[in-house]
Write a protein that binds this ligand. Structure first.
Ligand code: 5AD
Ligand code: SF4
Length: 485
C-alpha cells in the first residue's frame, strides 16, 4: 500500500507553491495525497512566520495531533517552511511528537528526509537533551520516537553569502498537469528570498538572501505548463518587480521576461506579485500597457501613509513618492486595479499618523487593501529597536476603522459593474458548492476578472478552467454575482 501524505498549508502564495511542489515530489516516489490527517501516515504542515497568530495556529494544530501520535507511533509528523526555519529545534521542545523540521530551502530533499525518519536513520546533530518544554512540562521523549530530523538553511549572519544563498535555494520539480490540483492556473517562482530587511519583516531571515532564477529556466517551465493546458501564470517573488537576471549576458528585467512569456502559445493571462513601490519602473508599466495578456492588476503594498512610520519601517520611500508612483500607474494604465497592504499599530504609531494612513486609503482608492495588526517578530530590526507599544485594543480599532474606509470604496467601485458583461477565468467550485450535492447539474462556481475581481455564478462544473463571459446582476464590496450568458 502506498504511503499517504496529508499537507496543510498556511501563509502566502510562496507556501502554496512549495506545498504543491512537495506534493508533486512525494507523488513521484509513490505517495498518495489524502485530504484528512486521519487517513494519512505522514502529516506535514507548511508554516508561516509573518505574524505571531499564524504560528500560534500551527502550534495548536500540532498539539491536537498528540493523542493520534500516541495511538500510532509510526505516524510521521513534519513541520516545514518559514516557522521551521525560524523556530528550529525549539519546535521539538514545544511539540515533542514532531519528527522532522525542514526549512524552505531544504524541501527538495523531503522524500529522502521522511524516508530517513521512517527508517530511524536520523543523522542531524541535535542536542540530546531537549530540557523542559517552554511551559515547564517535562518532555516525554520516551513515548515518542527518540530520533528527530532537523534540516534548515544557514543563519543569515553565519558566513559567506554564497553558502547562505545555496542553503536557501528552493527547488523546482517538473510538475505534470496530473500532479497539479488546478491544471489551468500555475504559480511560478521567479525569485526567492529578500534583501530589503523592512524593520517589521521576518521574511529575509526565514527565506534567505534574494536570488533570481535564470529567465531561460522560467521560460522553459512556463512553456511546459502551457503545453499541459495552463492558461494563467502568476509569477512570484518577494519583490517581484525588482527581478533581474544577469546570468545570460544581457540583463533581463521583469518587463523583458513578460515580453518573452507573452509569446508562449496557450498562455492567456500573466500576473505577478508582490511589488515594491521603489521598483515600479516605466518599462514595467509600459509592458503592462502594451501586452494584452498581462493583467492590469498591481499589488504594491504601501504599509503606512505616514512618513515617520515609513522611515522607521525602513521602507525606502515617502508617502509623496508612493503617491507619485500611483499617478504614474494611473497615467500609463488608467484602468489598472491597484491593491495594497497596511500594517496598523506599528511601534509608536500616533493617532495622527494612523489618520494619515486613513487619508491615503481614502484618496488612493485601492481595489482592495490587506490590513494587518503589527506583530513583533523576533530577530527583526523593529523588535530590536522599538517597543511594541500600541495596545491590542487600539490596533484592533485602527484595523476596523481602516477596513471600513476600504470596504466603502470597494462597494462604490464595484457599482459600475452592475449589468455589465465581464470575462472571467473560472477557477473552481465556490465554498458554497462544497455543500451542494456532488451530482448536481449546476453548482456555484468562482472566477476572476483580469482586474482580480471575484465573480461567483451558477454553472456546470465543465466550465472550470475555461475563460467565459458572465453578466453581473448583484454585488457586495468583495464579490460580483454573475449570470451565465
Ligand atoms: N506584523 C504585521 N504584518 C506584517 N506583515 C509583514 N510583517 C508583518 C508583521 N510583523 C504584512 C505586510 C506584508 C504582508 C505580507 O504582511 O503588510 O506586506
Ligand atoms: Fe518583507 Fe520588505 Fe522583503 Fe516585503 S520587501 S518581504 S515587506 S522585507
Amino acid at each position: 500500500m502506498p504511503h499517504r501524505v496529508y499537507i496543510q498549508t498556511v501563509g502566502c502564495q510562496m507556501n502554496v507553491l512549495d506545498s504543491e511542489l512537495a506534493a508533486a515530489d512525494l507523488m513521484q516516489v509513490g505517495y498518495e495525497l489524502v485530504h484528512s490527517p486521519r487517513e494519512a501516515d505522514t502529516i506535514l504542515y507548511n508554516t508561516c512566520s509573518v505574524r505571531q497568530h499564524a504560528e500560534d495556529k500551527i502550534y495548536s494544530a500540532l498539539g491536537r495531533l498528540k493523542p493520534l501520535k500516541q495511538k500510532r507511533p509510526d505516524l510521521i509528523i513534519g513541520v516545514m517552511g518559514c516557522m521551521a526555519q525560524k523556530d528550529r529545534d525549539a519546535i521539538f521542545r514545544r511539540a515533542p511528537h514532531v519528527d522532522l523540521v525542514v526549512g524552505p530551502g531544504q524541501l527538495g530533499r523531503l522524500p529522502e528526509f521522511i524516508d530517513r525518519v521512517r527508517r530511524g536513520d536520523n543523522l542531524s546533530p541535535l542536542p540530546t537533551d531537549f530540557g523542559p518544554a517552554p511551559g515547564g512540562e517535562p518532555v516525554a521523549r520516551a513515548v515518542f520516537q527518540p530520533s528527530k530530523l532537523l534540516e534548515i538553511g544557514l543563519d543569515r549572519a553565519s558566513g559567506r553569502r554564497k553558502d547562505i544563498s545555496e542553503s536557501f535555494k528552493t527547488f523546482n520539480v517538473n510538475r505534470t498537469a496530473a500532479m497539479r490540483s488546478v491544471p489551468h492556473q500555475a504559480l511560478v517562482r521567479i525569485a526567492f528570498g529578500c534583501d530589503r530587511f523592512c524593520a517589521y519583516c521576518v521574511v529575509p531571515r526565514v527565506r534567505g538572501p534574494e536570488q533570481n532564477r535564470p529567465a531561460a529556466e522560467i521560460e522553459e517551465e512556463v512553456r511546459r505548463l502551457a503545453d499541459g493546458g495552463c492558461l494563467e501564470i502568476t509569477l512570484l517573488g518577494q519583490t517581484v518587480n525588482g527581478y533581474r537576471d544577469d546570468s545570460g549576458g544581457a540583463t533581463v528585467r521583469l518587463s523583458d521576461l513578460l515580453h518573452r512569456l507573452h509569446e508562449i502559445a496557450g498562455i492567456r493571462r500573466l500576473k505577478f506579485v508582490t511589488n515594491h513601490p521603489n521598483y515600479m519602473t516605466d518599462d514595467l508599466l509600459a509592458a503592462m500597457r502594451d501586452l494584452p495578456k498581462v493583467s492590469p492588476y498591481l499589488h504594491v503594498p504601501a504599509q503606512s501613509g505616514a512618513n515617520e512610520i515609513l522611515r522607521r519601517m525602513k521602507r525606502g520611500y515617502t508617502v509623496e513618492q508612493y503617491r507619485e508612483m500611483l499617478e504614474r500607474i494611473r497615467e500609463k494604465i488608467p484602468q489598472a486595479a491597484v491593491a495594497s497592504d497596511f500594517i496598523v499599530g506599528f511601534c509608536g504609531e500616533t493617532e495622527e499618523e494612523f489618520q494619515q494612513t486613513v487619508e491615503l486609503v481614502r484618496t488612493a482608492r485601492f481595489k482592495n487593501s490587506f490590513i494587518f495588526k503589527y506583530s513583533s517578530r523576533p530577530g527583526t530590526k523593529a523588535a530590536e529597536l522599538y517597543a511594541d507599544d500600541i495596545s491590542e485594543e487600539v490596533k484592533r480599532r485602527r484595523n476596523n476603522e481602516l477596513l471600513a474606509v476600504q470596504n466603502a470604496i470597494c462597494l462604490e467601485d464595484n457599482q459600475p459593474y452592475l449589468g455589465r458583461t465581464v470575462e472571467i477565468l473560472v477557477e473552481g467550485p465556490s465554498k458554497v458548492a462544497r455543500k451542494q450535492p456532488p451530482g448536481a447539474a449546476t453548482v456555484q462556481l468562482v472566477g476572476r476578472t483580469v482586474h482580480d475581481r471575484i465573480v461567483v455564478f451558477d454553472g456546470p462544473r465543465e466550465l472550470i478552467g475555461k475563460i467565459i463571459e458572465v453578466t453581473i446582476e448583484k454585488l457586495d464590496p468583495f464579490t460580483l454575482f454573475g449570470k451565465l450568458l
